[in-house]
Design a protein around this ligand. Structure first.
Ligand SMILES: Cc1cc2nc3c(=O)[nH]c(=O)nc-3n(C[C@H](O)[C@H](O)[C@H](O)COP(=O)(O)OP(=O)(O)OC[C@H]3O[C@@H](n4cnc5c(N)ncnc54)[C@H](O)[C@@H]3O)c2cc1C
Length: 637
């Protein structure tokens, strides 16, 4: 397959404008003739559903949770970027574009990133108009703070609850359209498969998670906004229900999956404390604005932090990266923490933690000021660890947090399947091999409020749709396949729980496909994942039955997909013969242990096409051309 990204011609800054002009429009009165399915109600799906309905399309919106407001986006803490330059530091669309391309280690598509930077300011205006309570300066202007990989303050925030406040804004807009009858909400529904009719995405098959009934839904186009797949690692900062199933099922129907090995490991999370933990907690990157990261200079120094004098402390990020200090990008900070711990300088009981210390900031700005900025995060930390971070440094360690990989999409955010659009964390676009902090919310809302509502119109206006009802044989066939898969899970009747398999999968991936990778480890992981998948289908136990509320069954379906998807991740990691951003293969590193890219052979997106059960998928590449940014070794020194 040849990938056509459909990037418009012309100067970078004019592409989006020009594209919008060239896209065919659906006349306002005709919009009501089109039905669109949106799966997901996080910031991407919620904003897309509201915007599409506002335009006049008939929207059906689905989510796993009992309310759209419980989508994982609610967990986002630190903020959302925009090139407004309220701080008068010289920020601009170009700088946001440049920082994002560089932050992603030159593995994203220039045109998409530039458009993202262009619409970023409009997102803040939209959300402010909705009443999102962004933090403000004394004079009334919206306040800003810094995030990693950036030397200006462009992050808008609502204390440590930015995702929640943005989601309430999107939910308000969505509710208005529910009331107007333009959006029909289907909560507690899980998409089990995508329905293709005559080569176009025309519907989905879902399971009602309360009754267990399988339903069919038809439309003219389908939008997946189903979030990221970080939970393939079992332990992550993602919500427990985050999964890969919707995108993986679309992949099995022919949509290409791009860069699945690009997984972001966030440097500041509460360390793992035991084998029976099911979730990890993020301590927002915003804390690195004021917190200083350090370890004892001498390995094995077990003194409590307050007994370690300044001269015995190593503020290793400030030492190694003086220009960015504690605000280096996440991949850099995570690897640096791992290195300190691997060399014996880690702290805490396990030795797999580093300090994040606010003593200097509290001395400088006063406790009240720190409390105002991060109060809820400090409270959360204290509740989980029973330690008071105002008095003793936090202990943190990297954890799986975000996935840059996702379904491949073109400039219109359409996958390789006509009529299947993918937005938010579920697609691969914009962040390259490493996402900068506060850019996920920006991308999800750019996709949902501003980009998809335009590009989907271009697709619908092309027309050529046959009438498709849920009685169509393609629906019949897809439903019976989905039902058979559900039954197969129940029929195994083994002894090991779904969680047991999931936990083991997580161990394998963290060990061999995590922060540092080797060819040997990845090859080993391939075998281990295959063995684990075989064991799952022989020995998993799924209690209960199908036509009822059954959370074990829900989980089993998601873990079955994770087990297949994990193989794809590992294969992708093995095949990328370089290190870039979060993908660090130890065979490719500079003398300073930084990732060593191979721009001559690997400056591309790797997209995988399903080739059938137990057959190796086909790899296709989309070459990346950098015409506006010079390809350089990334440096934060
Ligand atoms: C703890 C934490 C803090 C973060 N903080 C920030 C931050 O400060 N700034 C920032 O920019 N980013 C942050 N991020 C990242 C950001 O929150 C996410 O990338 C973003 O919210 C994803 O939004 P989304 O709309 O794409 O998906 P989600 O919010 O994950 O929503 C997915 C939706 O899809 C639905 N769904 C999934 N599968 C199915 C299925 N099979 N059938 C039906 N429905 C399905 C779910 O029910 C849900 O409604 C943070 C992430 C974490 C984990």
């Amino acid at each position: 397959m040849t990938l056509n990204a459909r990037v418009p011609d012309g100067p970078l800054a004019e592409k989006w404008d020009r594209h919008r002009f060239e896209l065919k429009l659906v006349n306002p009165a005709n919009k009501r003739r089109y039905d669109v399915i949106v799966v997901g109600t996080g910031l991407a799906g919620g904003s897309a559903s509201a915007s599409l309905a506002e335009l006049g399309y008939n929207v059906k919106t689905f989510c796993i949770q009992d309310s759209p407001r419980r989508a994982h986006s609610i967990a986002a803490q630190g903020g959302i970027n925009a090139a407004k330059d309220y701080t008068n530091e010289g920020d601009s669309i170009r700088r946001l574009f440049y920082d994002t391309v560089k932050g992603g280690d030159y593995r994203s598509r220039e045109a998409n990133v530039y458009r993202l930077a262009q619409v970023s300011a409009a997102i803040i205006d939209q959300c402010t108009a909705q009443g999102v309570p962004f933090a403000r300066e004394y004079g009334g202007l919206l306040a800003n703070r810094s995030f990693g990989g950036v030397q200006v303050q462009r992050t808008f925030y609502a204390r440590g609850q930015t995702g929640q406040q943005l989601l309430l804004g999107a939910y308000g807009a969505l509710s208005r359209q529910v009331k107007a009858g333009k959006v029909t909400l289907y909560p507690r529904r899980e998409m089990l498969d995508l329905v293709m009719v005559d080569g176009r995405a025309r519907g989905i098959v879902v399971r009602d998670l309360v009754t267990g009934r399988i339903e069919r839904h038809a439309a003219h186009a389908v939008v997946l906004a189903t979030g990221g797949y970080g939970n393939v690692f079992y332990l992550s900062t993602n919500a427990m229900s985050s999964n890969v199933s919707a995108t993986y099922r679309a992949y099995r129907r022919g949509a290409l999956f791009a860069n699945p090995c690009f997984t972001q490991i966030h440097p500041t999370c509460i360390p793992v404390h035991g084998d029976y933990q099911s979730k990890l907690t993020l301590m927002s990157e915003s804390l690195r604005n004021d917190g200083r990261i350090w370890v004892p200079k001498t390995s094995g120094d077990k003194r409590p932090p307050h007994e370690i004098p300044e001269e015995d402390r190593d503020y290793y990020l400030e030492r190694r990266y003086p220009a960015f200090g504690n605000l280096v990008p996440r991949d850099v900070a995570s690897r640096a923490a791992k290195r300190e711990c691997d060399q014996g300088r880690g702290v805490g009981e396990t030795g797999y933690a580093v300090y994040l210390d606010f003593a200097d900031a509290i001395r400088r700005d006063g406790r009240e000021s720190i409390e105002r900025k991060y109060g809820n995060l400090f409270q959360m930390y204290e509740r989980i660890t029973a330690e008071n971070p105002y008095e003793t440094p936090m202990m943190i360690y990297p954890a799986v947090h975000y996935t840059m990989g996702g379904l491949w999409v073109d400039y219109n955010l359409m996958s390789t399947l006509p009529g299947l659009f993918v937005i938010g964390e579920a697609n691969f676009s914009d962040h390259g091999a490493n996402r900068l902090g506060a850019s996920a919310l920006m991308q999800g809302l750019a996709d949902g409020y501003f980009i998809l509502p335009q590009t989907i119109g271009g697709y619908l206006a092309e027309g050529g749709f046959s009438d498709v009802a849920i009685e169509n044989p393609a629906f019949e066939q897809t439903e019976s396949e989905a039902a058979a898969r559900v039954q197969r899970l129940l029929d195994v009747g083994g002894r090991r729980t779904v969680d047991d398999f999931h936990r083991e999968l997580g161990h394998i991936l963290w060990e061999y496909c995590g922060m540092a990778r080797t060819d040997e480890g990845l090859t080993k992981a391939q075998g281990l994942v295959q063995e684990l998948r075989a064991a799952f289908w022989k020995d998993v136990t799924v209690p209960g039955s199908a036509p009822t509320f059954n959370q074990s069954l829900e989980k089993a379906g998601r873990v079955a997909d994770f087990l297949e998807f994990a193989e794809l991740m590992v294969l992708d990691a093995l095949t990328r013969r370089e290190s870039c951003g979060c993908h660090f293969n130890e065979a490719f590193q500079t003398q300073d242990n930084e990732p060593l890219r191979d721009d001559e052979h690997c400056c591309h997106v790797a997209a995988w096409e399903y080739a059938g059960q137990d057959r190796e998928p086909t790899r296709t590449i989309e070459p990346l051309a950098f015409e506006n940014v010079e390809l350089k070794q990334r440096s934060y020194k």
